[in-house]
Structures are given as structure tokens and as C-alpha cells.
Design a protein around this ligand. Structure first.
Ligand code: ADE
Length: 268
């Protein structure tokens, strides 16, 4: 049992959570006065970005790992808010590789306690969709839109939207999470169809966000999430995903998170 005292972090610290080290890399590089804290097999980076106190953390992959990390951020580190940045598979019509989706709410697509509870409802919560914090989400959407319309994104030869000859868009809406990498056109069509038939218009799929949203709801912690679309969750997802994660994801995360921190009180 690790009974070490909780490490001190500055008041009003923003936790920035990513699933994979490749999604986090640029932010760690940019950190001022970086300090690494190891706990529960995880590394947490404490420091400042653009004058704001931040704690960079990796959720790991999947809902259980993400819930553990989010719980540590709330209980052990006492952060003021959590912002998730990472990649997702595009499910909605017109949600293309290189676009960005800011979550309005999250649903666990593999939650099914029917017929005792309605499909997708999380027992004990009385709802299927866990909302994100409205004010933080608005700020994050503005930061994402500003990045995509900036020259930086538009002239970056590695930006896949350019290779695909479309202007990258920022979307806002429902993201679904589950413990599966969705990598066939049949599965993504089935997900879109089943959710759509129940009135859930889904934009993107990933593996952690709904777990973090649920933990943040339990603790009353503001939460927002931005996901860059790395693949279309179809038969070529297994090719598109690693390429995108290696070459593009961290650049999007850097610019969008720095835009968000600059807009927050105390940012510069
Ligand atoms: N994250 C990025 N792409 C994904 C996909 N196709 N399925 C689940 N999570 C993802």
C-alpha cells in the first residue's frame, strides 16, 4: 500500500489528460519548471504552461485505466478541472480525418444493462449521456476553431485535411466511448445506426472520455474534451490511426491547449 502524502500542486491547477504518450509529447516539451511525479504506475508532469499551473497526465487506454487516472487527479492531486485531449474515430456524416470534435456529452456505447435499465443508461445515474462543463467546453471549442482557421494549421503539410483536400472543421456534440477499437465499416455503421435510432446523433468514438466524464460528475469537477479525428473507424482505421498519432496528434493538442490556457483567467 502506498501511504505517501499527496504531493502539493498549486491551487486552480488544470489537469490535461491524454490517452497515449504521443498525444501528450509536445505539451511535456513546452512545460516550464517540469517535475515528474510517479504514482500507481503512472507519470504525472507538474509545471506551468503560459503562466498557468498544469498537471499533465496519461489516462492509459480504456475506461478502467481512464477512471483510475481521473480519480487520482480529483482525490490525490485536487485539480480544479480536467481537459482531455486526444484522437478519435469519426462516426458522424462529414466528420473527417483532420477535423476536431469538442464533446458536449459522452455515452458508453458498450453499457447495456437492459432489460433492467434502458440500453446505454448508466445504472444509478438515471442517464445515458454524461454532460461536459458548458463554460469550459465553449472555451475549448473557441480554441479549437481558432487553431483550425489559423495559418499554422492551414499550411501544415502534415495536416491530413490538406492531403484529403478539405478544410478541417471543428464540430461539437456527442462522443461515445467503449473498450473496443472500432475498425470495421460494418461495426461503425451499426453503432451509428443503433444510436441514431434512439436519438443519439454521434460524432466520434474513442475509448476513455465517458469514464472521465462520469468520475468528474461524481466529484463535481468541470470537464471538457477535444478529440482530433485520426480515422473513420472503418476498414482502414488500423492504418490511419498509428500514422496520425505519430505525426499529427500532438501538434493539434499543443496548439489547442495553449489557445485554451491563454484564454483562461491568468493566461498569457
Ligand atoms: N480512437 C481513435 N480511433 C478510434 C477508433 N476507431 N475506435 C476507438 N477509439 C479510437
Amino acid at each position: 500500500l502506498n501511504a505517501s502524502p499527496s504531493p502539493t500542486i498549486l491551487p486552480m491547477t488544470t489537469a490535461i489528460l491524454s490517452a497515449l504518450p504521443e498525444e501528450q509529447g509536445g505539451l511535456v516539451q513546452a512545460l516550464q519548471a517540469p517535475e515528474c511525479i510517479t504514482h500507481a504506475g503512472r507519470s504525472f508532469w507538474r509545471g506551468r504552461l503560459l503562466g498557468q499551473p498544469v498537471l499533465l497526465a496519461l489516462s492509459g487506454v480504456g475506461k478502467v485505466a481512464a477512471a483510475t487516472t481521473a480519480t487520482l487527479l480529483a482525490e490525490r492531486f485536487g485539480v480544479a478541472r480536467i481537459v482531455f485531449t486526444g484522437v478519435a474515430g469519426g462516426l458522424g456524416d462529414g466528420v473527417q480525418v483532420g477535423d476536431v470534435v469538442v464533446a458536449q456529452d459522452f455515452l458508453q456505447h458498450d453499457m447495456d444493462a437492459s432489460p433492467i435499465f434502458p440500453r446505454w443508461e448508466v445504472p444509478g445515474y438515471g442517464l445515458a449521456r454524461m454532460p461536459c462543463d458548458a463554460a469550459l467546453t465553449t472555451m475549448l471549442f473557441e480554441a479549437a476553431s481558432a487553431y483550425l482557421t489559423s495559418d499554422r494549421a492551414g499550411f501544415d503539410p502534415n495536416n491530413p485535411a490538406i492531403a484529403h483536400r478539405h478544410a478541417a472543421c471543428a464540430h461539437q456534440g456527442l462522443i461515445v466511448s467503449g473498450d473496443r477499437f472500432v475498425s470495421t465499416s460494418a461495426e461503425s455503421a451499426a453503432l451509428r445506426q443503433a444510436l441514431g435510432a434512439a436519438g443519439h446523433q454521434v460524432l466520434a468514438v474513442e475509448m476513455e472520455g465517458a469514464a472521465v466524464a462520469q468520475v468528474c460528475r461524481d466529484y463535481g469537477l468541470p470537464f471538457a474534451a477535444v478529440r482530433t479525428i485520426s480515422d473513420r473507424a472503418d476498414d482502414s482505421a488500423h492504418v490511419d490511426f498509428p500514422h496520425f498519432v505519430r505525426h499529427v496528434a500532438s501538434r493539434y493538442a499543443d496548439h489547442i491547449i495553449q489557445g485554451l490556457l491563454r484564454a483562461m483567467p491568468g493566461g498569457r
